[in-house]
Design a protein around this ligand. Structure first.
Ligand code: NOJ
Length: 540
């Protein structure tokens, strides 16, 4: 592993011994959109294998693969039909093993995506559970009697629209689904469900998986009193409103404890548990990452942050304070618009996205990019008629569909479909700048986002003085600037126009997100929408 080889010589922060996942950088592969080798227009594991050197050359430490288990695909793999196999159209178990070995041979670890909150309605457990009130596995799921008027048991809404309850004619009861009706929720109050997942974790750890991204880690348990959600104040900030809207079955205070047994299992394999804890309050997210729970949790409010200095500062300051180096900082993901699009799109959005990654990548914790972020991609254009995301296809009135960040990876302008697939891809290609958005073209241009990203990751790995500490001191270097000091490194991100900053000492520029950064003595000249990392050589 890169980090093991380059582990800092100085003592780590006292809260934890250094493990392989400390100071690492993650790379999310939405497998369906990475590369297709079978000619069905959908990416697969041999497609990831074909580009394994691209991943390793980037300098990331681990890959997180979105779900590749057998699935009917109503939510593109997040409706799992069998937790102990790899889908044939993804290449099956043989492809998984080959990819695992190829990544490991290059010093890159591999995380799978575990989906513990719900199964597919085609999973054997649910097929049995549906047979009747006394059927085997009935109690693996959440069943309730209808309300007195025959309607759903309460007013809970599903995240994907409509009620969170589906009526089952056969038994006369409703089952709960946080997401689609094709994704029935498991009942984590049932110890047998907990045992089943212990075994599933071990199954994959025994097969050399280095960890899991835990889907909807804040889900799992529902309010045992089944209380209706009160009307939501329309003036609440959107993130807080969402927390409240889904609070019947998300973020229940007993949930973080569930991970204590997972932690014991993962630690016995030296594996990483990285939770998707989709909650807005960093203090609450932090309850999932105490010493005996998940190792890491994504801090997802960053996915809803615009290019606004105060907004970014407010969110990051509290998050850094409570995270103890254990938050993962998402650049983009398959669930939200890409960083470039969030920050205004076009070349400006791209430049800001690179600045953002240099900023969060310098914080204690784990920056994670989505494949394509290294090319500076913004969201692909997907017309409503071409939509694949159930949020769009099932809700005529919703504009928050996720297809834009899921558009296929553009590899090579000289190949059909930019090298993603021989046939028409499952979604339109994600290349708004044509050839300039492809890997091979960026490979030949030292100023491309691809080269800049590589330079940043290489420089970051060399900043031993920064990585050795999780302590962050925020600096006041100017109104439009967010600046901090970590170890001997000053990090400054300029949200405003070009400026000069007075550094707390003389230094040398280690790396910057654009060419518009230069250090002379204690002066840092910093262009707009740029982050610079400066190694202090002598305090002023
Ligand atoms: C979170 C995943 O990231 C998202 O893509 C999925 O739709 C939901 N969980 C449901 O599993």
């Amino acid at each position: 592993m890169h980090q093991t080889q380059d582990a800092p010589a100085t003592a780590p922060a006292p809260h934890s011994p250094r493990r392989w996942y400390d100071d690492t950088v993650g790379y999310q592969v939405y497998v369906r959109s990475f590369a297709d080798t079978t000619g069905n227009g959908i990416g697969d594991l041999p497609g990831v294998l074909a580009h394994v050197d691209h991943i390793a050359d980037l300098g990331v430490d681990f890959v997180w693969l979105n779900p590749v288990y057998p699935s009917p695909g109503f939510d593109h793999g997040y409706d799992v039909a069998d937790y102990r196999d790899i889908a044939d159209d993804m290449g099956g178990m043989a492809a998984f093993e080959e990819l695992r070995d190829a990544l490991h041979a290059r010093g890159v670890r591999m995380l799978m995506d575990i989906v513990p909150g719900h199964t597919s309605h085609t999973h054997a457990w649910f097929r049995s559970a549906r047979q009747g009130r006394d059927a085997p596995y009935r109690d693996f799921y959440v069943w309730r009697d209808p309300a007195p008027d025959g309607g759903p048991p309460n007013n809970w809404e599903s995240v994907f629209g409509g009620p969170a309850w589906e009526f089952d004619d056969h038994s006369g009861q409703y089952y709960m689904h946080r997401f689609l009706p094709e994704q029935p929720d498991l009942d984590w109050r049932n110890p047998a469900v907990r045992d089943a997942f212990d075994d599933i974790l071990r199954f994959w750890f025994e097969r050399g998986v280095d960890g899991f991204r835990v889907d909807v880690a804040q889900g799992m348990l529902a309010d045992p009193d089944w209380t209706d959600i009160p009307e939501i104040d329309p003036d609440l900030p959107p993130d807080e409103a969402a927390d409240l809207r889904f609070s019947g079955y998300m973020g229940r205070p007993e949930t973080p404890e569930l991970y204590e047994r997972w932690r014991r299992i993962a630690d016995s394999y030296d594996a990483l548990l990285l939770g998707e804890v989709y909650l807005s309050d960093p203090d609450v997210v932090a309850t999932y990452i105490t010493d005996d729970r998940l190792h890491r949790a994504f801090f997802l409010p960053l996915q809803h942050t615009t290019w606004d200095r105060d907004q970014v500062a407010t969110r990051l300051r509290r998050a850094v304070e409570v995270a103890q180096g254990r938050f993962a900082w998402p650049q983009s993901s398959h669930d939200d618009p890409r960083a470039g699009s969030r920050f205004g799109g076009g070349d400006r959005g791209r430049r800001r996205a690179m600045a953002f990654f240099h900023l969060v990548g310098a914080l204690p914790g784990t920056p994670v990019m989505l494949a394509g972020d290294e090319l500076g991609l913004d969201d692909g254009q997907v017309a409503r008629l071409d939509a694949e995301d159930p949020i769009t296809t099932r809700n005529a009135d919703r504009e928050d569909g996720r297809d834009g960040s899921r558009t296929p990876m553009p590899w090579d302008p000289d190949l059909p479909n930019l090298g993603f697939s021989e046939v028409e891809p499952w979604l339109p290609l994600g290349s708004n700048r044509g050839a300039d958005d492809t890997v091979t073209v960026q490979e030949g241009d030292p100023d491309s986002p691809l080269h800049r990203m590589r330079r940043f990751l290489a420089a970051r790995r060399g900043l031993v003085g920064m990585l050795a500490t999780d302590e962050v001191a925020w600096l006041d270097l100017g109104d439009d600037v967010l600046a901090l000091r970590r170890g001997d490194v000053v990090v400054a991100c300029n949200f405003g126009s070009a400026t000069h900053l007075d550094l707390p000492g003389t230094g040398r520029l280690a790396v910057a997100s654009s060419d518009d950064a230069a250090v002379t003595g204690t002066d840092l000249a910093l262009g707009r929408d740029t982050t610079a990392l400066v190694v202090l050589e002598e305090d002023a």
